[in-house]
Design a protein around this ligand. Structure first.
Ligand code: 13P
Ligand code: SF4
Length: 304
């Protein structure tokens, strides 16, 4: 059954000159059929440079919106329009404008896990893969960081010369990973390295051997001589970690690391989206242009 659906999806992708992008947290079968899988930064870069006419974005709403911002003229499909991100909903453009009014002249760094409207009120965006370099690229000594308090505080440790004004947003999935759960896994697997995402609570990140974006985890685990890893991010990452590293063992740090929004998209949803060329994600042009400026400024920051 799923082989038939995959066959139909492949045929429609070709027919519509479409590309299928999937975030590293998607269901295994969606990652398997994707043309490109990646983290938020990697997928933004793919969306910015693709020659396809249609982008099928298997992820959550803010990611498809970023693709629509960076690829005007292309049709961006989000197979599940109800796949949102609770963290992105924790700050509105009006709230950010009010904060900016209290700190005139202070630049705003906005995590891509945010709405197009919030990006449009920002000076520069960042992802977890480039946040430190983005903050280092600012000439100002002070900055506003929205919406993720955990990513912001993690970045601040690497850029101590700058003063951060934090927004108190967070990822409910990563915050469900407790210190107790991690310590229990460490006790069960004393030889394992603990790798976590910087969206995790600071007391959890403090226990990590390494903190990085989802794609950063692939690089780290592939090149590390270690053979056992406790993974502190959404469970979807295990699919490719295990596929790419057959001789290594990956243990999820907590059973709570499950993002319901990231798990919504099924192969049936992808097929229906390609059959109907809907639902389309669009951004009003005035907002798109301002949000694009913040994303383009981020993409211009050298990676290494
Ligand atoms: P990255 O893909 O940038 O690591 O982000 C993780 C995330 O939570 C996306 O929703
Ligand atoms: Fe949002 Fe967290 Fe889910 Fe990512 S994992 S989409 S940040 S709720």
């Amino acid at each position: 059954m799923s082989e038939t659906i995959k066959h139909q999806i492949r045929g429609l992708l070709k027919q519509h000159n479409a590309v299928l992008l999937a975030h590293n947290y998607m269901r295994d079968e969606v990652q398997e059929i994707a043309d490109i899988t990646g983290d938020s930064l990697g997928l933004s870069m793919e969306a910015a440079k693709t020659a396809a006419d249609v982008i099928v974005f298997c992820g959550v709403h803010f990611m498809a919106e970023s693709a629509a911002i960076l690829s005007p003229g292309k049709k961006v499909l989000l197979p599940r329009p109800d796949a949102g991100c609770p963290m992105a909903d924790m700050v509105t453009a009006a709230e950010l404008e009010a904060l900016k009014a209290r700190h005139p002249g202070v630049p705003v760094v906005t995590y891509v896990n945010s709405s197009a409207e919030v990006k449009a009120c920002s000076d520069i965006c960042c992802t977890s893969a480039n946040a430190i370099k983005v903050v280092q690229s600012l000439k100002e000594d002070q900055l506003i960081f929205v919406p993720d308090r955990n990513l912001g505080r993690w970045v601040a440790k690497f850029v101590p010369q700058k003063e951060f004004i934090f927004w108190e947003g967070f990822c409910p999935t990563h915050e469900r990973m407790t210190v107790e759960a991690v310590l229990q896994k460490k006790a069960e697997h004393p030889d394992a390295l603990f790798i976590c995402h910087p969206e995790s609570a600071p007391e959890v990140t403090a226990l990590a051997d390494h903190a990085c974006s989802t794609s950063g985890m692939y690089d780290y685990c592939r090149t590390s001589p270690a053979t056992r890893f406790i993974i502190g991010t959404e469970a979807g990452i295990l699919y490719k970690l295990r596929l790419e590293n057959p001789g290594k063992e990956f243990i999820l740090a907590s059973p709570a690391l499950f993002c319901p929004n990231m798990k919504l998209t099924s192969l049936e949803d992808v097929l229906y989206s390609l059959q109907t060329l809907s639902p389309v994600v669009t951004v009003p042009e005035a907002i798109r242009l301002k949000a694009q400026a913040a994303l383009d400024r981020m993409l211009a920051v050298p990676r290494d």
